[in-house]
Design a protein around this ligand. Structure first.
Ligand SMILES: Cc1cc2nc3c(=O)[nH]c(=O)nc-3n(C[C@H](O)[C@H](O)[C@H](O)COP(=O)(O)OP(=O)(O)OC[C@H]3O[C@@H](n4cnc5c(N)ncnc54)[C@H](O)[C@@H]3O)c2cc1C
Length: 494
């Protein structure tokens, strides 16, 4: 096989790269190891932060890339002295408005823009009805303009001749190994290593290495292929993740809506004019699906127990990665009637989708009955969870007796008792990306660009601190698009 540009990976970054290259009039082959495109992109919440978009203008918001750049810096302060890659951040903020325009042109419909402090203006655009719609529209557009998409094709190795990358070796589902030559360039858009126990264990910690990823097939293949050519990874210890409620047995009807543009536009309009209570009910489907429980629940007296009813960690100390070593890797948030009462109204919410809505305990009882258990007594609650009542009673007694365990928290009081869960720790993404230059070329030995090799999105994060919501996807689609255009403009090898 021979083509002009080969893209490795069919998440948001890869499809954007393929479209970017194809729009320059060259031939493009996209290799995706799974049976369908999507990657983490199709499993994300789906927000993109951007300025000067049609949605911002419609809402009368005057905003600029400069302000976006400054506000990103406010999030990044959370990382202390860790340097950001300002040159790449500049590329992101300057080009993400065009990315959002193109996504809309290809069929994507957004809700918003929504507020996310410390962004000083609402600039978070939430895709409707869910992030799989990115892939639906981008894949359709890519096929329409002639991108050749090959699924179940796992790239294994970069082919090199005279120091230049000239193609990719890949493996089909039946184990057949083939090669594809790229006369102009190869773009690595193979996502991150969130599902690779070896990299996570080595770069972050053994417990993180043992923790499940939201996307089980991103195993750092792009990173590995580039490392073999002398590339390096920046911020290899950074990742996003933590405790989430498990997925509902059946997705909420709202998120099962087909992503057709006319339907999403109609829904968007309806949301703007519908009564607040109806809008809230609609949004609950999102706010109680695979979201993060508020840490306040623990500060206010909730404890984390395992399937056997045992408390196994200090739940107030951020991420409890020991959960990976508990039965089935799950936990339950247990609390008494006092905490329950508190979490029925503002400002004590169980979960939120930033800028969209807040969910309280009664919302979980109604929209996520699979996560909600209530028992008048500890025995009754343990029975509902299939736990040994004596173990749960012992957990409560031991906790109440230990001021070390409780800290400033009140002892667990009388019934009724509640459990929300299962919760599980997930690694959402890893932030370690290959070092790249501002042309998105992968840097090799002594930081010299490896000829004809590009990386984008999570694979090519290049030291960018993408804190806050909506910048990972913004970077993926934007860097992919630009890498595709740049590779396509190279003169072909003789
Ligand atoms: C729960 C969750 C919520 C999130 N919410 C948001 C959000 O709202 N906003 C935001 O900005 N970011 C969000 N993120 C992060 C964001 O989704 C990712 O950073 C982004 O999707 C990465 O895009 P990508 O295209 O680089 O990688 P991916 O989308 O993961 O695509 C990589 C693709 O490469 C393929 N691949 C891997 N190896 C090979 C190989 N050897 N050969 C061929 N193909 C290969 C994979 O199968 C995959 O399809 C979220 C992440 C999670 C998990």
């Amino acid at each position: 096989m021979k083509t002009d540009v080969v893209v490795v990976g069919g998440g948001g970054t890869g499809v954007a790269a393929a479209i970017g290259a194809r729009s320059q009039g060259v031939n493009v082959v996209l290799l995706e190891k799974n049976a369908t495109l999507g990657g983490t992109t199709a499993r994300s919440i789906g927000s993109i932060s951007a300025t000067q978009t049609a949605d911002q203008k419609r809402a009368g918001i005057v905003d600029t890339p400069d302000e976006h750049f400054e506000d990103m810096g406010k999030f990044s302060q959370e990382h202390g002295d860790r340097p950001d890659n300002d040159a790449l951040a500049r590329i992101l903020v300057d080009n993400v408005p065009e990315t959002v325009r193109l996504l809309s042109e290809w069929g994507v419909v957004f809700l918003g823009p929504l507020d996310e402090p410390p962004h000083r203006k609402p600039r978070m655009h939430q895709i409707m009805p869910n992030s799989a719609a990115y892939i639906f529209h981008c894949e359709r557009h890519a096929r329409k303009i002639g991108v050749d998409i090959v699924t179940q094709a796992r790239a294994r190795k970069l082919l090199v001749s005279n120091g230049e990358v000239i193609g990719v070796e890949f493996e089909r589902a039946d184990g057949t190994v083939e090669t594809i030559e790229a006369t102009r360039g190869v773009i690595l858009a193979a996502g991150d290593y969130a599902a690779d126990p070896e990299f996570k264990g080595k770069f972050i910690s053994p417990a993180v290495g043992a923790t499940e990823a939201v996307n089980p097939t991103n195993t750092g293949d792009g990173h590995r292929m580039a490392l073999a050519l002398g590339a390096r990874i920046i911020n290899q210890d950074m990742f996003g993740g933590g405790m989430r409620f498990v997925r509902p047995p059946k997705p909420a009807w709202q998120s099962r809506l087909p992503p057709w543009r006319w339907l999403m536009r109609a829904s968007n309009l309806a949301l703007r004019i519908a009564p607040k209570s109806a809008v809230r009910q609609f949004l609950m489907g999102f706010v109680t699906t695979v979201v993060v429980p508020e840490r306040g629940l623990f500060r206010d007296g909730g404890i984390l127990i395992n399937k056997k009813g045992e408390r196994f960690a200090d739940e107030t100390k951020g991420m409890v990665f020991d959960m990976a070593y508990q039965p089935d890797g799950v936990g339950y948030i247990f609390f008494d009637g006092g905490v329950a009462k508190k979490y029925t109204q503002w400002p004590h919410y169980v979960s939120t989708a930033p800028g969209i809505a807040f969910a309280y305990l009664q919302d979980y009882e109604k929209t996520r009955p699979d996560l909600f258990r209530r028992g008048e007594t500890l025995e009754a609650l343990a029975g509902k969870l299939g736990m040994d009542a004596a173990t749960l009673q012992n957990t409560v007694q031991t906790y109440n007796a230990s001021t070390d365990a409780r800290g400033a928290r009140l002892a667990i009081g009388g019934g009724p008792y509640y459990v929300l869960g299962p919760v599980k720790n997930y690694i959402n993404y890893t932030d370690g990306g290959l070092a790249i230059n501002t042309s998105l070329q992968v840097l090799g030995k002594d930081d010299v660009p490896i000829p004809r090799l590009y990386a984008a999105g999570a694979t090519g994060q290049g030291g960018l601190l993408l804190k806050g919501h909506g910048n990972h996807l913004g970077w993926g689609f934007t860097s992919g698009r630009l890498a595709g255009q740049t590779a396509a403009r190279l003169a072909p090898r003789a």
